[in-house]
Ligand binder design. Structure first.
Ligand code: MLT
Length: 202
């Protein structure tokens, strides 16, 4: 997968896995990663799927309707890529914290839904429920931060509540931050995500 890796100053820190929104690139969340943890290593990965020229991590049938077969295929691809990248760049495979926005948050959620111990934590910014009606792996106290907008037309509030409930039922320790805004990233959620991260990973 197309990506960049930036080695951090502190190797004990998690590697931050950056996953962009539809139409983005692997560099999009870099300024936010610098706020979350300027000393961590960073792995930015570009989605392999093109939707009319816009990069995504998996195909969709319509807005908010995912191509489940492709979702499963791409989730495995990303999981395998993390194994490869950890070996290639010699970072700890068991210490990756994902930060994804929108479509990137959805593939990060899908990693958690389908693979046990795949991440050490996750910052999901405006995520949806990646898949319904499946048993989730045990996520014993896995820290998950969700940033959501009360007026998000793409990820309705119920979607956020369902996702938080499903992850919590699987054992994850979920913190949800609500803003009054829509689908866009807000300063408030980034500040809260940074506080959450500092509390757990510093
Ligand atoms: C998705 O397709 O993953 C969601 O609808 C969010 C987005 O528009 O990327």
């Amino acid at each position: 997968m197309k990506h960049f890796y930036k080695k951090g100053q502190d190797e004990r820190k998690p590697t931050l896995l950056l996953l962009h929104g539809t139409g983005g690139t692997e560099n999009d969340l870099l300024p936010i990663a610098e706020i979350i943890d300027p000393t961590a290593s960073i792995l930015g990965v570009r989605g392999d799927v093109s939707e009319n020229g816009m990069n995504r991590y998996f195909k969709r049938i319509a807005e908010g309707v995912f191509d489940e077969e492709d979702l499963l295929f791409r989730t495995k691809e990303l999981s395998d890529f993390l194994d490869y990248a950890a070996e290639q760049y010699e970072f700890d495979r068991n210490n990756i914290v994902a930060m994804g926005y929108s479509n990137g948050a959805n593939i990060a959620g899908s990693l958690l839904f389908h693979y046990k111990n795949v991440l050490q934590g996750a910052i999901l910014l405006h995520p949806m429920v990646p898949r319904r009606g499946v048993d989730l792996p045990l996520m014993k106290n896995l820290p998950v931060f969700i940033g959501a907008g009360k007026n998000d037309p793409i990820c309705p509030a119920q979607e956020t509540e369902d996702l938080a409930a499903l992850l919590s039922e699987a054992g994850a320790s979920v913190q949800v931050y609500w803003d009054e805004q829509g689908h866009q990233l807000t300063r408030g959620e980034i500040i809260e995500a940074a506080k959450w991260y500092k509390r757990l990973f510093k």
